[in-house]
Design a protein around this ligand. Structure first.
Ligand SMILES: [Zn+2]
Ligand SMILES: [Zn+2]
Length: 273
C-alpha cells in the first residue's frame, strides 16, 4: 500500500488486535502491513481489560491477557524486521493505581500507554455515547479531561499519554483554546518522564486531525516532552497510516527526534528527513 522507503526508522506503537473485540486481522497481518509500510517496528498496544467492569466490545478479558502477551512475544522473537514490541493501552481510573501497578509488573511490557476514554463513567470517545454531547458544558468537559490527565501522570504508572487531545474527536470545542490546562498536563507529563503520542487515528475520525494539534506539540517541545508515533490501527491496512504527514507536523513544531521503548525505557531516535 505504501512505498517501502517512506518510513525507514519509524515505529508504530499503537496497533490493536482481534483480542479487543473491535479490531480485525491477525497479529501477523499487522506485522506484514508494517513491513509493507517500510516501518522499523510495530508495537502492539491493545486495550487492557477494565478493572471495574467487563465490555468485550472495548477490551479483551482477563483470561486473554496472558495469551495476548505470549502471542506478541512469540512474534517479537521471530521477527527481526520490522521489530515487534509489546505494549498495552490502559485506561486510567482514579483509585485503581495499586492494581494497575501489580498488573504492569507482571508482564514484560516495552511500554504502557495511559489513556483517558471515560469521564465520570461516560465513554466520551465511543460513537455509541455521542448523545451525551447534546447540552454538555464543553468547557467543563475539557477541564475535567485535562485534570484527569494530570492525575494520571502523577501516578507514575504510564510511559505514554495516548491521543492527547481526544476530546476534540466529535468536533466539540471549548470557547477558548485550553492553553493553561494543556500546560499543566504537559508539566505533569514531563515531570513524570512520560512521552506524548502523535496519533494519526484522528485523521480517520470526525475531527479529521492528528492528535494532538500543532500548538500542543509546540508547548510539549518547549517542556521537553518526547514524542512517539502511533496509528491507532484497528485494521492492518492502517498500520503506519499518515506517518509522513505526522513527521512533517512534529518537525514544524520544533521536534528533531522521537522515541521508542524497550523494557519500559525510552530510546531516542532521529526523525527521518
Ligand atoms: Zn480500540
Ligand atoms: Zn485509545
Amino acid at each position: 500500500m505504501k512505498n517501502s522507503e517512506e518510513n525507514p526508522k519509524l515505529i508504530d506503537h499503537h496497533v490493536h488486535t482481534i483480542y479487543c473485540g473491535h479490531a480485525e486481522g491477525t497479529l501477523e497481518d499487522y506485522v506484514a502491513s508494517a513491513g509493507e509500510a517500510g516501518l522499523g517496528g510495530v508495537g502492539f498496544c491493545d486495550h487492557l481489560p477494565f478493572l471495574a467492569f467487563e465490555d468485550r466490545s472495548l477490551a479483551m478479558c482477563w483470561e486473554e491477557l496472558p495469551r495476548y502477551v505470549d502471542e506478541v512475544l512469540r512474534l517479537a522473537g521471530k521477527e527481526k524486521s520490522p521489530a515487534v514490541k509489546l505494549g498495552i493501552e490502559a485506561d486510567y481510573f482514579p483509585g485503581q493505581e495499586e492494581t494497575l501497578y501489580a498488573i504492569f509488573r507482571n508482564f514484560p511490557f516495552d511500554y504502557v500507554y495511559g489513556s483517558i476514554h471515560f469521564i465520570e463513567g461516560w465513554g466520551f470517545d465511543d460513537s455509541r455515547n455521542v448523545e451525551k454531547y447534546e447540552g454538555l458544558d464543553v468547557n467543563d468537559f475539557y477541564r475535567k479531561y485535562y485534570n484527569l490527565v494530570v492525575e494520571m501522570a502523577v501516578t507514575g504508572l504510564f510511559d505514554v499519554w495516548a491521543h492527547p487531545d481526544l476530546p476534540k474527536k466529535f468536533r466539540y470545542r471549548p470557547d477558548n483554546q485550553p492553553v493553561e490546562l494543556v500546560e499543566a498536563a504537559l508539566e505533569a507529563i514531563a515531570a513524570n518522564g512520560m512521552a506524548l503520542e502523535v496519533n494519526t487515528g484522528g485523521l480517520r475520525k470526525p475531527v479529521g486531525e492528528v492528535y494532538p494539534e500543532p500548538w500542543i506539540l509546540e508547548i510539549a517541545n518547549r517542556a521537553g516532552v518526547p514524542i512517539c508515533f502511533g496509528s491507532d490501527a484497528h485494521k492492518p491496512e492502517y498500520v503506519g497510516a499518515a506517518f509522513v504527514e505526522a513527521v512533517k507536523l512534529v518537525r514544524s513544531s520544533g521536534y528533531e527526534s522521537h522515541v521508542t521503548f524497550k523494557g519500559r525505557r525510552p530510546v531516542e531516535l532521529e526523525l527521518p528527513t
